[in-house]
Design a protein around this ligand. Structure first.
Ligand SMILES: [Zn+2]
Length: 175
């Protein structure tokens, strides 16, 4: 058996994605009956007891209890909440900025309901004005996220490239 260094998405018993592990660890969990394979790769692992596809997504056969992570307000978490989408024009480009909806100059604070993801163009256009003054509208009202997945943005981000993983990952990072 020669497990590659492929990454495997690990789901909790309730299908919540909780981690990523290496193939070797995933195969061990499968052999011990501690997990079942949900998605396999095209390659097969041969062993005396038969063959098994290289795992891509596995689900644990027991529930791992983990408290919901606390989400800290930061530039990054605001960008993730908004899905890296400009909240004025809806564009989804790589370079995004944080906009204070009510500018600091008018007492706008660094808070969930006053921060949104904005593209450079919209941020520049809005300048130091309220959306109303700038004649711009927000796609949705910013608020503190109510749903926070167990796994980090980095994991979701990596999973976007993995066809098999997509359906098991949250569609929105913070709802
Ligand atoms: Zn924009």
């Amino acid at each position: 058996m020669q497990p590659g260094d492929g990454k495997v998405l690990v789901l909790n018993l309730d299908y919540q994605p909780i981690n990523i592990c290496g193939t070797r660890r995933a195969v061990k969990l499968l052999y011990l009956g501690k997990a079942e394979i949900l998605e396999g790769r095209q390659k097969y692992i041969m062993s005396p007891s038969g063959s098994m596809p290289y795992p891509s997504v596995i689900k644990l056969s027991y529930l791992v209890y983990r408290p919901r992570p606390q989400i800290k307000l930061s530039r990054k978490s605001v960008l993730a909440r908004d899905g890296y989408r400009c909240q004025y024009c809806g564009r989804n480009t790589v370079k995004m900025t944080i906009d204070h909806v009510i500018p600091r100059r008018f007492g706008g604070i660094f808070a969930w309901d006053n921060l949104v993801c904005a593209c450079h163009a919209c941020n520049a256009k809005k300048g130091d004005r309220t959306p109303h003054k700038a004649g711009m509208t927000l796609i949705k009202k910013p608020r503190r996220p109510s749903y926070i997945p167990y796994i980090s943005y980095a994991i979701v981000d990596r999973g976007i490239g993995e066809e098999d993983w997509r359906k098991y990952l949250p569609q929105k990072l913070y709802g």
